[in-house]
Design a protein around this ligand. Structure first.
Ligand SMILES: [Zn+2]
Length: 403
């Protein structure tokens, strides 16, 4: 078959997989109608997908005009994916099914290893063990802090994580395992997770605003992520909110990341000394969680600091709305755990400074994915690749099973 024809066939198989992924059990007629395919085409496509073990027939379901027809479904437990999230202080590894349900999560503190090289060796051993135990693993997704230069495989600026800049991620991992590895900037991975696993509203037109140890943004527009020429588009963390402000490692001044990331919050707590006792002995995550717990208990100073951080989160929202006009913005990662007081403070800034027509039509929420959403995003990168090229992964699954 000509390459172009093959691509067209794989594209149609991918569309059918996506449809079943988003809509659950459906009949051939329902799929054909929604995707504008002829009955003959849908019969051929689904026959191949069934043959490859990617979908299966269920019993009869109620169709149009009360006609009964055979349902088709994806089996989420048939294929598994490993998600790896690299953060400044830790590496999280998760085993996921096709629906994004975490089967198990492992956490490795980077500081426990004498060097980055040792951390990488330990990670490879762990992944090798998981793959040996689960022959259903067909792909690995990795989420790395941005800006991630996709063409040369390096993260460009990782404040307080300089050693990672020397790591070439594709060179380290691309051929390290028996299955393909996909690497993506962490916030864009988070956006893919929201698109695949989030609630049903506007899946194909959203922004994921990651506020963790760094600040990042992933934008999905018309179903596709906005990537930029070298893969570093939508880096909201390095947009200046104060041109004469704090110097950033990226070379700019007053970058958003310097004011509302978990690292910036931790620094503020250490400098203040008193809101959170012994904050200087804590990790960034622990310091933030301690602050948010105090605020939730009504501690006035903690609440004031959370609201202050919320205003900076709001300045970021203004830029996101003006630059990308997404239908929905989902705030996720560590700082989103501050909850309603932070969101309310951010929204006051938005209502005050954004065109009313835009403010009224942009939904801003906190992520509804579990606390391990970051590693879920890494898995989403692999699952997105799986849904784009189903036959490629059917081959991999067969090889892994040994038939
Ligand atoms: Zn910067």
């Amino acid at each position: 078959m000509a390459a172009e024809q093959l691509n067209q066939s794989e594209c149609n198989r991918s569309r059918v997989m996506r449809f079943l992924y988003n809509n659950g059990v459906s009949s051939r007629a329902q799929i054909a109608k929604s995707l504008g395919l002829t009955p003959a085409a849908i019969t051929k496509i689904t026959a191949k997908l069934i043959d490859e073990g990617l979908i299966s027939e269920t019993g009869e379901i109620e169709g149009a005009r009360n006609r009964r027809s055979i349902g088709l479904r994806l089996d989420p437990e048939r294929f598994h994916f490993i998600g790896v999230k690299f953060a400044r202080s830790l590496i999280q590894v998760g085993l996921f099914d096709l629906a994004g349900n975490a089967q198990r999560i492992w956490v490795d503190m980077t500081a426990d290893h004498p060097s980055i090289g040792d951390a990488i060796t330990s990670l490879k051993t762990l992944i090798g063990q998981i793959m040996a135990r689960f022959s259903t693993v067909v792909a690995i997704g990795m989420a790395v802090p941005g800006p991630y230069l996709r063409d040369c495989g390096h993260t460009a600026v990782v404040s307080s994580m300089q050693q990672w800049r020397d790591v070439n991620f594709p060179a380290e991992f691309a051929d390290a395992f028996a299955v393909p590895v996909f690497i993506e900037q962490d916030a864009r991975a988070g956006a893919l997770a929201q698109q695949l696993f989030g609630d049903d509203g506007a899946r194909d037109d959203l922004a994921y605003y990651l506020i963790g140890e760094g600040v990042g943004l992933g934008v999905v527009e018309r179903g596709r992520t906005i990537d930029g020429a070298r893969g570093t588009a939508t880096e909201i963390g390095h947009v200046s909110i104060d041109v004469n402000g704090r110097r950033c490692d990226c070379g700019n001044y007053g970058c958003l990341e310097r004011y509302c990331s978990a690292v910036a919050i931790h620094k503020a707590l250490d400098e203040d000394g008193g809101i959170v006792a012994d904050s200087d002995t804590m990790t960034h995550i622990e310091a933030c969680e301690a602050l948010f717990a105090l605020a939730a208990d009504g501690d006035a100073r903690a609440l004031e600091l959370v609201r202050h951080i919320g205003t900076y989160v709001g300045y970021g929202l203004i830029t996101i709305i003006n630059a990308f006009n997404p239908r929905r913005i989902i705030i996720g990662d560590i700082v989103s755990h501050a909850g309603e007081p932070l969101l309310a403070s951010a929204m006051r800034v938005v209502d005050d400074r954004v065109l009313p027509e835009l403010a009224a039509t942009t939904s801003v929420t906190l992520s509804d994915l579990p606390t391990d959403a970051a590693v879920t995003g890494a898995a989403a990168v692999a699952i997105t690749a799986f849904l784009e090229q189903p036959s490629r992964f059917a081959d991999i699954a067969r090889r892994r099973r040994g038939d």
